[in-house]
Ligand binder design. Structure first.
Ligand SMILES: Nc1nc(=O)c2c([nH]1)NC[C@@H]1CN(c3ccc(C(=O)N[C@@H](CCC(=O)O)C(=O)O)cc3)C=[N+]21
Length: 290
């Protein structure tokens, strides 16, 4: 058997189109477009590419894009002052500060400074806490994108064994929360987990977010499992995921790299911006239609 390939690129295109319709409806009701501000400190080439594609996707969805590029030696006070200005700017519904930041800047302090209502990355402790306690939250884009792909593949997630590899605040932890919210039995594994394959082997649903190319081996996969590969690793062989390519011979369904989770991250960012705009402006946005 060979796995069905989950087409994240196509799903993301559909989501972007639905967000575009929602953005047009918002604009009619509010008299302005939803606005997303993206802040990039320094000139990391990969980050620069992502920021440009975010800007293009934002405009294509009928939203305003505000790009702020600051030099690599920008000090914390300057960056925090920019965040304060964006927090106060009524045209800005979403704020994304591209990570990682240069080492001399305290990332946590910057994230904590963003108005939680504009935190479209869902990284602010208030949003993390709201997600964990079952309140309406802005949810991190990558794990929410993974969940959308999973729900599409598996209308009934309740009771399934889900294993997450990786415990970052950006992917692993919120992914675990989302799967728990869907009533999966969730196992969180990480670099210190003993006999990790013995856990992975139980997984009906596997989400791999470790950042090690080909870390998950074919033999670890339960036959028929749904595998979401969050890894985007640049190697001499090109972009590869955290799951070995031959795992597709065993899995029931699997996301490719590229063309899987990556495109979903940007589409969900636009979704979160529309949701934030609706909540801020008191304009009804049908989140269930997204
Ligand atoms: N505050 C913050 N929020 C982020 O969401 C954030 C960030 N910082 N820093 C960098 C990472 C990375 N990221 C990606 C977005 C899209 C693709 C994507 O579209 N990938 C395509 C193409 C990959 C390629 O060709 O490079 C794919 O997987 O098919 C990948 C990675 C968002 N990030």
């Amino acid at each position: 058997m060979t796995a069905r390939i989950i087409d994240g690129k196509a799903f993301a295109a559909g989501l972007r189109a639905r967000v575009g319709e929602g953005a047009a409806g918002f604009a009619r009701a509010a008299g302005r477009k939803p606005g997303l501000a993206v802040v990039l400190v320094g000139e990391d080439p990969a980050s620069s590419v992502y920021v440009r594609s975010k800007g293009k996707a934002t405009l294509a969805a009928g939203m305003e894009s505000f790009e702020h590029r600051l030099p690599a030696d920008t000090d914390s006070a300057t960056l925090l002052a920019l965040v304060d200005r964006l927090n106060a700017d009524d045209a800005v519904d979403g704020i994304l500060v591209q990570l990682p930041l240069p080492a001399h800047i305290d990332e946590r302090a910057v994230i904590a400074r963003i108005d939680p209502a504009k935190d479209v990355d869902g990284f602010h402790p208030v949003n993390a806490g709201r997600l964990a306690t079952g309140l309406d939250a802005l949810v991190p884009c990558t794990p929410l994108g993974c969940l959308m792909l999973l729900k599409d593949a598996h209308p009934h997630l309740a009771g399934l064994e889900a294993v997450v590899i990786g415990r970052s605040n950006i992917v692993g932890k919120p992914m675990g929360q989302l799967l728990l919210r869907e009533s999966c039995t969730v196992t969180m594994t990480h670099s210190r987990t003993r006999d990790i394959f013995a856990h992975v082997r139980q997984a009906d649903i596997l989400v791999a977010a470790v950042g090690i190319p080909g870390f998950v081996q074919k033999e670890w996969i339960k036959p028929g499992a749904t595998v979401i590969d969050v890894g985007i690793n640049r190697t001499d062989a090109g972009l590869v995921g955290d799951v070995a390519a031959d795992a597709a011979e065993v899995a029931g369904a699997i996301t490719p790299v590229p063309g899987g989770v990556g495109p979903m991250t940007i589409a969900v960012l636009l979704r979160n911006t529309l949701v934030a705009a609706g909540r801020r402006a008191g304009v009804a946005v049908d989140e269930s239609a997204l």
